[in-house]
Design a protein. Structure first.
Length: 431
């Protein structure tokens, strides 16, 4: 995490103070359950809550000697709690604390990301409806294809992020599990009811089978979902980058008063936000493969996953949080140029209507092969020499045998390509 791409709301989830607060709550709730079961004195559980404190510098000092973070925390906690601290961590293992804490942190992160996505979806929906009928050229392979609308473009991205949100909800549910099951997950030295109590207090579900750790397929799924959302961010960012190219200029990022595009060329207005988002998406996706590789651990547990998660947990969630907020702001302020879209539509002299002419010729009795040849040879003349496509088609003898100019002209009606926009919008946004 670096400050440049970090928002405080997400960063605080991964700060030591929040981590140790969660560790303390896990231990204290476990003590409550143990006390209710008669395993430890109720006074001891009460003492943990009343006197339980920790000091981050002191924990770090102890860890330098013990080389064990959980033991360092428990030692520092005992310095505040006193003699009753001997009842803390009864029957538990370090992974009970670490894995349950990570589950809480990832659910906290997921909640922020879901809020981010809600804001982005709101912005995309508003802009999609704003440009629902703003006609623009659709492109395949970067080449002019047929007319669409800018609203339909945005509706497609909205649908992708809506799917991403649904996946994140599922991933949050999947990751929100608690393990308080002891050294190899057998509950040999701790009652399963302790786990149930801690899970309920922390808003988690009980992990059905934990060895010494929560199974890492849950984490792999979580980070994979983050990676897919990041790819959706890059997809939209790449579209904006293309549309902002000088030769296209159909949309561009808002250029703030006083903003500078280049240290050398004062005229530059670069798509810096969308380029930045493309790079940030790569960072989030870089967490996916390590998370997948963490699934395979030795026997009941090893710690090969630990160092990975200490890095990808904060980095992936902080980066995605920042990227979603940046993308939302970018789309809210995006400048759209309908006039330029129309100019680009007209640039090829009507070639964008070629498919409709092709289909009309087949309906009029011409074979598809001959229809394609006739439509294409006139299109290639426009490509190579310019001109008006309708005029060329009207003067083609082979085409004139089947369709006259009076029937060709209505085929160059732009509304033909936008007649089902409402249908698509209802599918994406509902009634």
């Amino acid at each position: 995490m670096i400050p440049r791409y970090t928002r405080h709301e997400m960063a605080r989830i991964w700060e030591p103070e929040n981590r140790f607060r969660i560790w303390f709550e896990i231990e204290a709730h476990a003590c409550d359950a143990q006390a209710e079961l008669g395993v430890i004195p109720k006074e001891a559980a009460k003492a943990v809550w009343e006197r339980g404190k920790w000091q981050i510098d002191r924990i770090d000092e102890i860890e330098r000697e013990t080389r064990h973070d959980v033991i360092a925390f428990l030692t520092n906690l005992a310095e505040y709690v006193g003699p009753e601290a001997r009842f803390v961590h009864q029957g538990m293992t370090s992974s009970d604390v670490l894995d349950t804490c990570l589950a809480v942190q990832l659910t906290q992160a997921a909640d922020l990301l879901l809020a981010d996505m809600d804001a982005l979806l709101t912005a995309l929906k508003r802009r999609a409806y704003e440009h629902k009928n703003t006609v623009t050229i659709g492109r395949s392979h970067g080449i002019h294809a047929e007319p669409t609308t800018f609203g339909l473009k945005l509706a497609g991205h909205y649908a992708a992020f809506a799917r991403g949100r649904e996946r994140l909800v599922q991933a949050r549910q999947d990751i929100a599990t608690c393990a308080i099951s002891g050294a190899v997950g057998t509950f040999a030295n701790i009652d399963p009811r302790v786990e149930e109590h801690v899970a309920a207090k922390l808003g988690l579900s009980v992990e059905p089978v934990s060895t010494q750790v929560i199974p890492r397929d849950r984490h792999a799924f979580f980070f994979s979902v983050l990676g897919v959302i990041a790819s959706s961010i890059e997809n939209l960012a790449t579209e904006i980058r293309h549309l902002q190219r000088t030769e296209v200029r159909e949309a561009e990022e808002y250029f703030h008063p006083g903003q500078k595009g280049s240290s050398a060329m004062p005229h530059k207005r670069n798509p810096v936000l969308s380029e930045n988002l493309t790079g940030l998406a790569r960072i989030v996706r870089s967490a996916v493969v390590p998370a997948l590789e963490n699934v395979a651990l030795w026997h009941e547990r090893d710690i090969s996953h630990s160092s990975v998660e200490r890095m990808i947990g904060p980095d992936a969630t902080v980066t995605l949080d920042f990227a979603l907020v940046r993308l939302t702001s970018m789309m809210e302020k995006l400048v759209v140029y309908p006039e330029r879209m129309q100019r680009n539509l007209d640039d090829l002299g009507g070639l964008v209507f070629s498919q409709r002419v092709l289909l009309a010729l087949t309906q009029a009795g011409m074979s598809r092969e001959d229809s394609y040849k006739a439509v294409q040879r006139n299109a290639m003349q426009v490509w190579e020499k310019g001109g008006n496509y309708l005029d060329l088609l009207s003067s083609d003898a082979d085409i004139a045998k089947h369709i006259g100019r009076d029937k060709l002209e209505p085929m160059f009606d732009m509304s033909y390509h936008t007649k089902h926009v409402d249908t698509v919008f209802k599918r994406v946004f509902g009634e």
